[in-house]
Ligand binder design. Sequence first.
Ligand SMILES: [Zn+2]
Length: 224
Amino acid sequence: MLSDWFGDMTNLLCVEDAYVATFEAKVTRSDNDRLVLDKTAFYPQGGGQVGDTGEIDGIRVVDTRKMEGMVVHLLDKSSLFTVGHTVRGRIDWDRRYRIMRLHSASHIVQYVIEEMLGMDCKPTSSGLVDDLKDRTDYSFNEKLDPERLKRIEERVNEIIQGEYEIQRYSDQNDPERRYWRIEPFRPMPCGGTHPRTTKEIGKVSLRKGKKPGAGKERIEITLV
Ligand SMILES: [Zn+2]
């Protein structure tokens, strides 16, 4: 699933450095409201994380998607860019930073659920994280009552306040396979963007979302 994520022609600046908010790049393809660049800081939707928004040469980018192996910036109007021309891009940083913090919080919730309830209780899909909340469905054999959810929330916030370094690295044998980890917990496959330390996440609040089906629970995370 992750392996086809970073194998295209566009150099994804956000993979090496999630803090790049402005950049210059060359146009490689321009087609009405779709624009492709030789490099970009815009994260294309994937792995449960929404695509970035922002501006390129003053034109709104309303979403970023992977399409036909390309990273495509979706513009709010048809625009003609000259191939080879240099443009300036700027992502909506406040929005992205919230997404990064919530995405890391989502991994920590998974650590805590494994710690408290065992490895059988695991995500049933990659979930969805935007700038408002993360929602992830877990397989649950037992009931997720309010007290248990509160204990999970307390432990998650304790880890966040522990100011752990968030490690991001590629598989040695497969550079396109990326991992997320805080020591001493196990590495998790993830191609998303993340802050440098858990402390940057700040305090989070957990609540139960709409029940996604029998034997499953949805956990929603918001920034406090
Ligand atoms: Zn992730």
